[in-house]
Design a protein around this ligand. Structure first.
Ligand code: DLL
Length: 434
């Protein structure tokens, strides 16, 4: 264990005492500094004095995305602007963005959790790391950058896009680690292939991926085609950015940096906390953040918590990879469908490519779902009858897993739009018709 990761191994009793102490201080901090929380606490009739154990956490009010939007841009800032040294925004495409403010202490905290993330997957000062998450208002690029510098690794801040150059630098500079979104990585792999470059023959040995949901199938695909070990990192602007949690070398869930981000799983319908390893919505409270702290922030991300000991020896809990967001769940003719389920099915079919899109529409009163999926060159050049057979295979496979008959449209390789950041998997035309 190195010095950076010491907090990951704190004995549970000590960790929980620290969490409670920090939670109490945080409750005072937000109540004194943010009128929104002062009001919320008063409405619930709760003060820091009611926080006698971590169980009492449930007495505190939730924070939701619309609270952040309603207080745009600076209404939830707890620190005066002269202490705020940086601002980031969420990547949403509609409406006002979510704004996060960071004090110098927050940037230090963020760099540390990112350094702990990278160190946990075995990245060292000897590594050369290409950061392909976007630099700018999005938290991915700069978050990773500061964490890697804190760790002492060599950073190549290429940002997203410029794919041929990405491939060139991987080769010329002996890049050992690549970071970005999983969907952009697939595009990079394709471009490298077109350039005649076999990424498995470069010095790349690992990758850290996040900012969007991805499945185990996608991980296997990336690992095989790039010749690397692929790790999952999670986070969100409202909490800090990337670095809320990250896998360790065991690849068995993402360790949450619990000494600074307190996790809960709730039932999104009843809002009651769920115990054990139940699946539900992840809720996070920042325990030390100064700029824009959040109390019980409802992430909408679906996960579960594992508190048993990890083979790496870390005592901090793990969350399961995020399978989707509760607001990404499609309800098609009454059946709940997550885009990640479609991805898993497609990746299990030989000849189907991991490039897909789901188009939802309404025909009269009936929901209609079309899965557009790219197929391998070899299949596409087959006879029409073969193509129809392949299409039926996909339709049947989806029906057998989801209990839902959908339309499948086979697409030519390369015809679905590639993204440099988060992929747009779902086009819901029902919303446009409302
Ligand atoms: O995506 C921060 C980030 C950057 C995380 C780079 C990891 C790597 P936002 O743009 O605010 O922040 O989006 C946050 O993205 O609530 C999840 O729904 C989704 N998300 C992030 N990481 C993962 C992941 C960044 N590893 C939202 N798996 C979150 C699944 C993820 N979903």
């Amino acid at each position: 264990m190195n010095e950076l990761c010491k907090s990951d191994f704190t004995p549970r009793g000590e960790l929980e005492r620290l969490q409670l102490e920090r939670l109490r201080k945080m409750a005072v901090y937000v109540r004194e500094r943010i009128p929104f929380y002062q009001r919320k606490f008063a409405e619930k009739g709760v003060t820091e004095n009611d926080l006698r154990s971590l169980e009492d956490m449930r007495r505190l009010p939730f924070t939701v995305k619309t609270d952040l939007r309603d207080n745009y841009p600076f209404g939830l800032f707890a620190a005066p602007m002269e202490e705020v040294v940086r601002i980031h925004c969420s990547s949403g495409t509609t409406g006002k963005p979510i704004v996060a403010g960071y004090t110098a202490a927050d940037i230090k905290l963020w760099s540390e959790v990112m350094a702990r993330s990278f160190s946990g997957v075995g990245i060292t000062p000897r590594d050369i790391v290409q950061v392909a998450w976007g630099y700018g208002l999005f938290t991915g690029g700069l978050g990773a950058h500061y964490g890697l510098e804190r760790l002492g690794a060599t950073v190549i801040p290429i940002s997203g896009g410029n794919t041929e150059k990405q491939v060139m630098l991987i080769q010329d500079m002996g890049v050992t680690i690549w970071c970005g979104t999983p969907s952009y990585c697939l595009h990079l792999i394709e471009v490298a292939h077109q350039m005649g470059v076999d990424l498995r023959k470069t010095k790349l040995r690992a990758g850290v991926f996040g900012a969007e949901p991805w499945t185990e199938g996608m991980r296997e695909e990336i690992q095989a085609r790039m010749g690397i070990t692929a790790y999952d990192i999670y986070g969100l602007t409202e909490v800090i950015g990337p670095g809320v949690s990250c896998e360790c070398s065991a690849q068995k869930g993402l360790h949450i940096f619990e000494d600074v981000f307190y996790p809960e799983i709730i039932d999104p319908k009843t809002l009651e906390p769920l115990s054990g390893e139940a699946e539900g919505e992840l809720v996070i409270t920042t325990l030390t953040k100064q700029g824009t702290p959040v109390i019980r922030y409802r992430t909408r991300d679906i996960s579960r918590l594992y508190r048993d000991k990890c083979s790496c020896g870390r005592t901090i809990c793990r969350m399961e990879r995020v399978s989707g967001r509760s607001d990404d769940m499609l309800i098609i003719r009454g059946i709940n469908v997550f885009p990640s389920q479609i991805e898993s099915i497609l990746l299990g079919i030989e000849g189907a490519q991991p490039h897909y899109q789901i188009v939802v529409d309404r025909q009269g009163a009936m929901d209609d779902m079309e899965v557009r999926v790219e197929v391998a060159e070899s299949i596409f050049s087959d006879k029409v009858r073969e193509l129809e057979k392949f299409e039926r295979t996909v339709v049947n496979k989806i029906e057998s897993v989801l209990g839902l008959r959908v339309h499948v449209k086979l697409m030519e390789p390369g015809s679905i739009e590639r993204s440099m950041g988060k992929a747009k998997r779902v086009i819901d035309q029902r919303k446009e018709k409302q």
